[in-house]
Design a protein. Sequence first.
Length: 348
Amino acid sequence: MPGRAGSGAVRDVPEPEVAEGEVLVDVVRVGLCGTDAEIERGEYGLAPDGADVLVLGHESFGRVARDAGALAAGTPVVASVRRPDGCPNCRAGEQDMCLWGGFRERGIKSIHGFCAERFAERNEYLFAVPEEIVEVAVLLEPLTITEKGWRHLSVAQRRMTVWEPRTAIVAGGGPVGILAATKLRLLGLDVTVVERQHKPEKEALLACIGAAYAATSVTPLAKIAERSKRIDLVIEATGNSAVAFECLRLVGANGAALLTSVTGAMRSLEVPADLINQSLVLNNVLVLGTVNAKTDDFRQGISDLADAERRWPWFLSALITRRVPLEDAARALPHDPSQIKTVVEVRA
């Protein structure tokens, strides 16, 4: 119940009504993330019109329940999250860049999510995935955040004749951060993932894809950045606004800072505003925020998940560190820092 802390529960809800042009999907698994935890704490979320309850879950994986147009029964699919409101960008298929703010988001804002036995969705919001990635396809939606960010960054950096990024820092060792590092490693960048507390098991995991690891409890973030001649890209994925501002100071000449965290606690802090401003201006730094994703990003994400599975066969599966049955989903909502990714296993 959005706005009511601790109201998360497993409830019986009506079977989905399958309208003309919609596809019925049997849910296999759903990923849980920080947004779900915030909704469970009463900080965020909006139920559909006329309802008190919001079905959570926006990181989906399922199979088509029965033949529907080009999608045959059994086809593995992932659904996108945001639904358009009719603004010019939404009409162009870019609801991730909505101008009016009247969009709806599955499991977040004004429309039920996917953490149920079945859901119905329009064909254009479903993405068929190859069988080779079905075990990790639930990671597609969080990957698309970086896919969109990189797509926009690639366009924006055409502001100069030459931009050949070599070194990147990813602040945050959660799923979004690690998937961002995976994307950058596929692109050939030298990547260091940074988080607050040192976790040897995570360091070993990242080493499998050739990514470095550091902890600010051991080495300050600025010192970590000094290990490289120049930082071309910083991706912030900690959920901490203080870290986001600190990241802005790390970017080298002509580089970029990509901010992915939605920080909802309304905290205030003091920052060295002059130093940050000088760094951004004198180094021609680009600061870019990214949220949600469009069709292109889901398609690229499918390709990158498949590529990562071929290069590092067990790595993506290792990111899923906790699996719970549907009946235990509510108890799994609060954030657990000992886990990387928690998923709800709806059916085998």
